[in-house]
Design a protein around this ligand. Structure first.
Ligand code: BT5
Length: 241
């Protein structure tokens, strides 16, 4: 396996920000912290990051186009699912255990014109939380809450990196299409009634497929639509999943 250079911190604002501040470092450098004071989700949302989880960001410098960057979220999702038995992927970036979110992924990139400078793939996994703040208790779960066992952070990190390298190297060499079938199998969104939320506008749809570009295909009353990641939120009609 290619070597990952891992940097451990007690506390940072956000491991994604720390990775971006150190983007001159080598490909496959991992920034991980026990706690984050400003953990970030997508679209400026907050990510709850106390001392019970694994918060990490992987700095990557692949020879791919900026347009392919969003695949890295899907690749990381497959890797997390490889470590957490019985978990599934809520397209595109949540890992679900039971019926709640155990992990979120935030992939960011820097590019100039057609050239990718770097990707930072941030992954947050709730490991040993015995409870969550009220506002998250309907959405969030931890490995401990679902399995009853406590998980060693470093052991999980090493297992994750070996799964990540497995999927990531295949993606960089052959493109996402070679992983699309496996992603479909893990994707719990497929076959579900969902609500597509585009800004202020929301409407019902049925999620029917993930295409070779990693996009979600939905059926709406106006026909078939392709949904790009980052463009919309997808919610099950009966709740989070
Ligand atoms: C995400 O955003 O799910 C991406 C989360 C990425 C976190 C990692 S941790 C390491 C790295 N450093 C960072 O600063 N970030 C990355 P999104 O899909 O926007 O979901 C955010 C929503 O998830 C919030 O609005 C809450 O509803 C919920 N949430 C917040 N903290 C949570 C937690 N610990 N577990 C489960 N759900 C949470």
């Amino acid at each position: 396996m290619k070597k990952y250079n891992i940097i451990f911190y007690d506390c940072v604002d956000s491991t994604n920000l720390e990775a971006k501040r150190n983007s001159q470092m080598e490909d496959r450098t991992v920034f991980t912290a026990v706690t984050q004071t400003g953990g970030r989700g997508r679209l400026g949302r907050k990510w709850f990051s106390d001392e019970n989880g694994l918060w990490m960001s992987v700095l990557l410098k692949p020879d791919i186009s900026p347009a392919q960057c969003s695949f890295v979220t899907l690749v990381a999702g497959l890797a997390v699912c490889g470590v957490i038995e019985n978990s599934g992927i809520k397209w595109p970036n949540d890992i679900v255990l039971g019926s709640k979110k155990v992990c979120g992924i935030l992939t960011e990139m820097s590019s100039s014109a057609e050239k990718l400078n770097y990707i930072v793939c941030g992954i947050g996994i709730n490991l040993n939380n015995e409870s969550f703040p009220d506002e998250l208790s309907n959405i969030a779960t931890s490995l401990y809450l679902e399995t009853g066992g406590k998980t060693d952070r470093e052991m999980f990190l090493n297992r994750f990196l070996s799964e990540f390298e497995f999927y990531y190297s295949r993606f960089v060499e052959n493109g996402f299409s070679c992983l699309a079938d496996e992603y479909r199998k893990k994707c719990i969104t497929l076959g579900k009634d969902v609500t597509i939320i585009r800004g202020d506008n929301s409407y019902p749809a049925i999620a029917v497929d993930i295409n070779e570009n990693g996009e979600l295909i939905v059926e709406t009353e106006n026909g078939t639509e392709t949904v790009l990641s980052g463009e919309v939120s997808v919610r099950g009609i009966f709740g989070y999943v």
